[in-house]
Ligand binder design. Structure first.
Ligand code: GDP
Ligand code: MN
Length: 382
């Protein structure tokens, strides 16, 4: 579960991490009022859960009411990497000299959390990790003992953070680990942690992802999740239909029955050079109406250019699925996006016969089905 930036900042600020003064706004007048209260210059920042908002036009620095209005008009309602922006954070702009990165995540290879610090903040840290891995200092933490103060200092020193702010950065890192631990974090990250000309540090961005399975013991965060999910219509729809659904950023829609099967399909889409648009598990025993709901979900995603169905019949019977697909598609005068189907398992042959090949492309193997769907998606994107 991902918190929005404004929520993560609240959590960080409550724990004592310095954050800029800010207010949430959902309309143009609200942005201008907030900006006046905070005092120019301010940053207007789209609240959607994707990285790289700056580059995508979702963050604007403004100096006066006119600019604030203009920024609000362009950002509110925009489509940012497939997400509709309905709220912005209006935030005191930081006059910075340096941008650092600090983060805590789980290192699955080591089976331990790892604290990371870098002086190459403000850019995508995955890119830094790839191009210049030495630019990130890492310190593994024994969860039984927590992060020792010397470990925080060592990570900060190893990263080459300037002496003048080393203490403050260590303290932010220690707090970040505490939060990660107390709140069942999956990742906690500040990028950038800005350094100002008077040697202060301030969290200009905030990421906090929570382990979903621990939400039952984090009622405050669970409440934030509800608030956050309110922003995404597709996630809401998935809740209504009772699907396990995760929206991703690609253009190949994926539907399957069973989490493992869906994950495999995702991997194959990636393997064949495509980009998955979602994870959607219709579950076991899926009947025709459930299949139709699943199709409605992926068709409602503007990013989707093609759809691949991967069904392995067990309790879910191939002929039921086929009927569901036909029924769902017969409602359209024109099929919104090409659909490729692969059926296996119980009653797959009956299913194949039932499928209306005027409406869908049928493939015998999963590999062929995925490749076909990826091709369809590419054709549209060209
Ligand atoms: P992200 O692109 O979605 O990760 O959003 P960030 O909040 O990290 O902002 C992207 C970049 O905007 C930062 O790394 C800065 O380089 C730049 N920026 C410039 N001035 C400001 C400012 O006053 N506040 C913030 N938050 N970002 C600023
Ligand atoms: Mn950032």
């Amino acid at each position: 579960m991902k918190l929005h930036e404004y929520q993560a900042k609240q959590v960080f600020a409550d724990a004592g991490v310095p954050t800029p003064d800010s207010q949430l706004a959902s309309d143009v007048d609200g942005v201008v009022t907030a900006a006046e209260e905070i005092g120019y210059p301010v940053a207007v920042k789209a609240q959607v859960q994707v990285g790289g908002r700056g580059k995508a036009g979702g963050i604007k620095l403004v100096e006066d009411d006119d600019e604030a209005r203009e920024a609000a008009e362009s950002i509110l309602g925009m489509d940012l990497k497939g997400y509709h922006v309905d709220r912005v954070l209006v935030e005191e702009a930081v006059d910075f000299t340096d941008e650092l990165y600090v983060g805590i995540t789980m290192d699955r290879g080591e089976g331990k959390p790892v604290a990371m610090v870098s002086t190459k903040g403000g850019v995508n840290i995955e890119e830094v990790a790839e191009e210049d891995p030495d630019a990130i200092a890492r310190e593994h933490i024994d969860p039984a003992f927590g992060m020792h103060p010397y470990q925080a200092r060592k990570a900060v020193y190893d990263a080459g953070v300037d002496q003048s702010v080393a203490r403050d950065v260590s303290s932010v890192l220690t707090t970040l680990y505490q939060l990660w631990d107390d709140k069942d974090g999956a990742d906690a990250e500040i990028n950038p942690l800005m350094v100002t000309s008077d040697d202060e540090v301030i969290a200009a961005d905030a990421v906090m992802n929570i382990d979903e399975d621990a939400l039952f013991r984090q009622p405050e965060l669970a409440e934030m999740e509800e608030e956050a999910a309110g922003g995404d219509e597709l996630e809401q729809k998935a809740d209504e239909y009772g699907f396990d659904y995760v929206r991703l950023e690609g253009n190949t829609g994926i539907i399957g029955n069973g989490a493992g099967l869906v994950m495999t399909t995702l991997d194959l889409v990636d393997y064949y050079g495509g980009e998955p648009a979602n994870f959607l598990d219709v579950g076991g025993g899926a009947k025709a109406d459930r299949i139709a709901n699943a199709l409605d979900m992926v068709f409602s995603d503007d990013n989707v250019e093609s759809v691949v169905f991967n069904i392995f019949g067990g309790i879910t019977r191939g002929d039921e699925v086929a009927k569901g697909i036909n029924e769902a598609l017969e409602q359209f005068d024109e099929i919104p996006k090409p659909v490729v189907v692969r059926l296996a398992g119980t009653n797959w042959e009956e299913g194949m016969e039932i499928l209306n090949e005027d409406l869908v492309t049928v493939e015998q193997t999963l590999e062929d089905a995925v490749q076909r769907a990826v091709e369809y998606a590419e054709e549209v994107s060209e």
